[in-house]
Write a protein that binds this ligand. Structure first.
Ligand code: FNR
Length: 387
């Protein structure tokens, strides 16, 4: 992707100055979130925005960014930028991937198909959640040739887990992102106070209800007894008994590169590499699992130092704007995953909302890259910081 910032500035200022049209989707994250609040049901907004416990980890994710101050450099010939980069041996147009966000049907009727349409149009890879409201096969078709990864919630039932992996491979997904931080849901006060769990409404379970191994567990098909199917889903969703040695079973199931998501300690990152992972996602799940946890960005440098030469290090939790991505990339991340901002774009205007959020994000990233004195993502390192 080349100079997307210049194109986007021309587009928005042209529309504004020549046609008197201002963007429907706010470029400002805080306003985007506020508008999403108005567009969604109280329960759905709480589900997306919420975090574990007092939500201190959600705040800490942002606080961690403020500790890093960039020192822009001048006169470095930044007219031509190229945002492309290589992750997991794959060429990505830009160091941005849509984070796996489940249950997108509660956000907007376009759901994951809308996010996939936008990802395809803008050229940003998508990591699809196991807990999607559309099947992984349908989302793959919508994505077409766009790079696509599948996020696995490792089911307690090994037949279901193996079936998800082989379906993802068959559907053309190019990496398996295994989320380790959610063998069970965290204690999320907003959802508890609403008594709200979208899966019990039949949302976010499309991959399960369509899965032959899952259906084999049911006495009656979900079309005849949905309640029993949803209760089975809750039963097999996660596996809190897993230990590092279980990973051998998983890597035996697939030839896809395996990436472990939710890593926050260098020792866990080292374990991941020893067990054959080609990458890790440094993430605290957007603060949704453990309250009073370390800000994800604070965990990043130590993990890069530990395994950066041996595996790819991906990052999410707190990325809101282009400069956030620049900071994470300079600390050694190979790419960032964008989470809540695109969910809020989806809430406001479905696929079109996600498209706008992505275009704004890429523009901001590109312009900030140039204005700090860099032309490629690989140029970024810790020298950009004041400390
Ligand atoms: C998530 N996340 C997530 N992660 C995952 O591996 N599988 C999933 O199904 C989901 N679902 C999900 C739903 C919602 C509503 C949110 C907000 C997040 C976590 C996601 O991939 C990512 O780690 C966080 O969104 C990063 O935090 P920020 O940057 O969005 O605050």
């Amino acid at each position: 992707m080349k100079n997307p910032g210049a194109d986007r500035q021309q587009e928005v200022y042209g529309q504004g100055m020549l046609m008197g049209e201002t963007p429907d989707i706010p470029p400002n994250f805080e306003e985007l979130e506020q508008r999403a609040l108005e567009a969604m049901s109280d329960e759905a907004f709480a589900y997306v925005k919420g975090g574990a416990g007092s939500e201190d980890t959600v705040s800490e994710n942002r606080r961690a960014f403020r500790k890093h101050r960039i020192v822009p450099r001048m006169m470095r010939g930044v007219a031509e930028r190229d945002l492309s980069t290589e992750v997991l041996g794959q060429e990505l147009p830009a160091p941005v991937v849509l984070a796996p966000i489940g249950v997108q049907s509660i956000i907007h009727e376009d759901g994951e198909l809308g996010a996939a349409e936008a990802a395809r149009d803008v050229g940003v890879p998508m990591c699809l959640s196991s807990a999607s409201s559309e099947t992984l096969e349908d989302v793959s078709e919508e994505l077409g040739e766009t790079p696509k990864w599948f996020q696995l919630y490792w089911s307690k039932n090994r037949d279901v887990a193996a079936s998800f992996v082989s379906r993802a491979e068959d559907a053309g997904y190019e990496a398996l992102v295994v989320t380790l931080d959610t063998p069970m849901m965290g204690w999320r006060e907003r959802d508890v106070s609403h008594g709200y769990l979208p899966f019990l409404d039949g949302e976010g379970v499309a991959n399960y209800l369509s899965d032959p191994a899952f259906r084999d567990l049911l006495t009656d098909p979900p079309e005849e007894n949905l309640d029993a199917a949803l209760s089975e889903f809750l039963d097999v969703f996660g596996d809190a008994s897993l230990t590092w040695d279980d990973l051998d079973w998983l890597t035996d199931q697939t030839d896809l590169p395996v990436v472990l998501k939710g890593i926050l300690h260098p020792d866990d990152a080292r374990k991941a590499v020893e067990k054959g992972a080609e990458g890790v996602v440094v993430s605290n799940h957007g603060g949704r699992q453990v309250d009073n946890a370390i800000g994800a960005l604070d965990a990043l440098p130590g993990i890069v130092d530990e395994i950066g030469d041996d595996a790819d290090v991906l990052f999410d939790s707190g990325i809101r704007r282009g400069a956030d991505a620049i900071v994470a990339l300079a600390l050694g991340a190979d790419t960032v995953l964008l989470g809540r901002p695109y969910a809020y774009g989806l809430a406001l205007d479905g696929a079109e909302g996600v498209r706008e959020v992505l275009k704004n994000f890429l523009a901001d990233l590109d312009l900030t890259l140039a204005l700090t004195g860099h032309t490629t993502v690989d140029d970024l390192d810790r020298d950009i910081f004041a400390e």
